[in-house]
Design a protein around this ligand. Structure first.
Ligand code: NAG
Length: 415
């Protein structure tokens, strides 16, 4: 008995991911996300960037896809928010080798640097030789799902690049009222719709994709959005209808305006979500530098009231706007100072936000997994100080961080 017990345990362990995996598809009911058996699913996700110039998820020059997927599972996450650009969505057949070559010009760095990165990608992930960028997204999603980790596909930008400010040209639909090129030169409405359709179609063959968010951090500038948010109501509805008609299994995740922080308008005028009934999820972002969520130096209660007034109110049950709320971005610099590696402002912010999230037991996705970028802001192998992972993607950058999320890891409320 003692001799085969370890084998038995090994066999048992090998089936656990399947046992723990959710029964799909997911749906929404009131403020809850449920699996196909009606049991609550709380999304505890990490963001993994894939929206930049190389058009593949970051970090594959540091570790293999299975290694990274193991780390995500082993550290308690059940989900990844995987970002992509419309550029990628509309060019799924680009070879990774070509994409790295093109990224040199796109990111203004030497060709030789991109070729070194590409070689490192192949040494950790040999199967990427000859693969398309979409194949790599597929391998990431499928490796995650083999471990019971779900994926939310997030349309982060139109033009593959770092995001998000008011001059990067990815902020607001170009067909909307008050066009200005500063904020909208890359955000072509029809391309965005076509991109959503491409990803939604593709996701039908990748069951780990459980949700699609329509657009990251919508942000108007100058004269935009001065028409009663009419463009937001109209275009979000079009995007949601299209995703659901293309792929009825995925949840449709919708963020507000002001960089994904403000849903307050739906309190008095609900968005028409009837085209994706039973699949609707709201999202919000909150950082220590978010202008409408000030530093809780004086009063954490005041900041929590802001969270509630701008977005958290959607959790109130029995209202036209009631829905699950995914805090799809929050995070801190990991090497900032005295408070277990956080600076004082980040530490105050995080404690206050965690307290808020523990009380409402909402879904979340922390920014971010990546310990580095292939290239960002013209710097090759850019170190991401906000990364959960260290620069070489081998383990935690700040081992204390996981504990700082407290009961956010737990399910404390039930439908
Ligand atoms: C805004 O973002 C773009 C793209 O990342 C960058 O080139 C630009 O310098 C940024 N502008 C400011 C003011 O930070």
């Amino acid at each position: 008995m003692a001799r085969w017990l370890p084998l038995f345990l090994a066999a048992l362990l090998s089936v656990i991911p399947t046992v723990l995996a959710q029964s799909l598809p997911l749906r929404s009911s009131s403020r809850w996300i449920l699996d196909s058996n009606g049991a609550r699913v709380k999304l505890r996700c990490v963001n993994w960037a894939g929206h930049m110039e190389t058009n593949i998820p970051e970090g594959l020059d540091k570790q293999s896809i299975p290694f990274i997927a193991d780390w995500i599972r082993d550290n308690g996450f059940n989900c990844v928010r995987l970002t992509y650009s419309v550029d990628h969505a509309l060019s799924p057949s680009t070879l990774v080798s070509s994409s790295f070559t093109a990224a040199a010009a796109a990111a203004s760095v030497p060709q030789s640097s991109m070729q070194t990165l590409y070689k490192n990608v192949l040494s950790h992930n040999p199967t990427i030789a000859g693969a398309t960028t979409r194949d790599v997204f597929g391998s990431v999603v499928d490796n995650l799902w083999a471990r019971g980790i779900m994926t939310i596909l997030d349309n982060h930008v139109s033009k593959a690049s770092w995001c998000c400010n008011l001059t990067d040209g990815n902020g607001w639909w170009d067909s909307a009222f008050g066009y200005n090129s500063i904020n909208s030169r890359y955000f072509h409405t029809q391309d965005w719709l076509n991109g959503l359709q491409s990803m939604a179609t593709w996701a039908r063959a990748h069951p780990g994709v459980v949700a699609m968010s329509l657009r990251n951090e919508l942000r108007a500038f100058l004269l935009q959005d001065l028409n009663g948010r009419r463009d937001w109501y109209n275009l979000i509805k079009q995007g949601g209808n299209l995703v659901h008609a293309t792929n009825p299994d995925v949840l449709v995740v919708v963020g507000g305006v002001l960089g994904g922080t403000d849903l307050s308008h739906v309190r008095s005028k609900m968005l028409d979500t009837s085209g994706w009934a039973g699949k609707h999820v709201w999202e919000m972002h909150a950082y220590s530098y978010t202008v409408n969520f000030p530093d809780p130096l004086g009063s954490c209660e005041a900041v929590q009231a802001e969270y509630g007034a701008f977005s958290g109110f959607v959790l109130e049950q029995g209202k036209p706007f009631t829905g699950p709320l995914l805090l799809s971005e929050f995070g801190v610099g990991m090497t900032g100072g005295s408070q277990q590696g956080l600076n004082d402002k980040d530490s105050r912010y995080l404690q206050c936000l965690v307290d808020y999230m523990q009380n409402n037991d909402a879904d979340w996705a922390v920014w971010a997994l990546q310990g580095s970028y292939y290239v960002r802001d013209g710097v090759v192998d850019w170190d991401e100080g906000w990364g959960l992972l260290s620069h070489d993607w081998s383990g935690w950058r700040n081992g204390a961080f996981k504990g700082m999320l407290g009961n956010m890891w737990k399910v404390t409320q039930q439908p």
